[in-house]
Write a protein that binds this ligand. Structure first.
Ligand SMILES: Nc1ncnc2c1ncn2[C@@H]1O[C@H](COP(=O)(O)OP(=O)(O)O)[C@@H](O)[C@H]1O
Ligand SMILES: [Mg+2]
Length: 169
């Protein structure tokens, strides 16, 4: 499958790969992500693959809105990381597009962000596939007609539990 990266599509429970949702415009992306957000629990690692402009940041913005972030949600492309501290949990939004050496990511101390009291969103996981902890939900965004197709790549059991309520949404 396109974009396969061994470390974080492995799953030790039931996996549904290839399930997809059509998102007709940017608003649909944000709305879907907002609705999904209510099912998220601390400790999850969520990855987003897709080309530049596929809607990865738009999707994370929707999730963060659903979690109660009201301020600006900017793309972490240049900073690599944007942090959001909510009363419930810490959210870390990574964009590893510019990573050329996975060792740098380890040196930056980003490992500490992956905890049981945090939620991590990772754009361009394929740039750090050896370094990254396993994803609980691995999404792929692809262009489709004028909109986007959101494709479930992989999920751990607890990741799958967040996706199941979205059947038919
Ligand atoms: N479902 C959609 N249909 C059409 N355009 C979308 C959709 N979702 C997001 N977009 C638009 O596509 C662009 C995605 O940008 P961004 O989220 O920064 O992409 P990425 O982070 O993948 O590089 C934005 O202009 C956004 O408004
Ligand atoms: Mg982005």
């Amino acid at each position: 499958m396109e974009g396969f990266y061994p470390n974080n599509v492995r799953a030790d429970g039931p996996v549904r790969v290839g399930e997809r949702w059509f998102l007709k415009d940017a608003q649909a992306t944000e709305d879907w992500a907002r609705r999904w957000a209510v099912h998220l629990v601390p400790g999850l690692v969520i990855t987003l693959q897709g080309a530049l402009g596929a809607g990865k940041t738009a999707f994370v913005r929707g999730v963060l809105r659903g979690l109660g972030v009201t301020g600006t949600v900017r793309s972490p492309t240049y900073a690599w990381l944007e942090t959001y501290e909510l009363s419930r949990l810490y959210c870390y939004h990574f964009d590893f597009y510019r990573v050329t050496d996975e060792g740098t990511v380890e040196e930056m101390g980003f490992r500490e962000c992956f905890r049981q009291d945090s939620l991590c969103f990772v754009e361009w996981p394929e740039r750090v596939s050896n370094w990254l902890p396993r994803a609980d939900v691995a999404w792929h965004l692809a262009p489709q007609d004028e909109g986007r197709c959101l494709i479930l790549h992989a999920a751990t059991p607890r990741g799958l539990a967040t996706v199941q309520p979205m059947d038919g949404c």
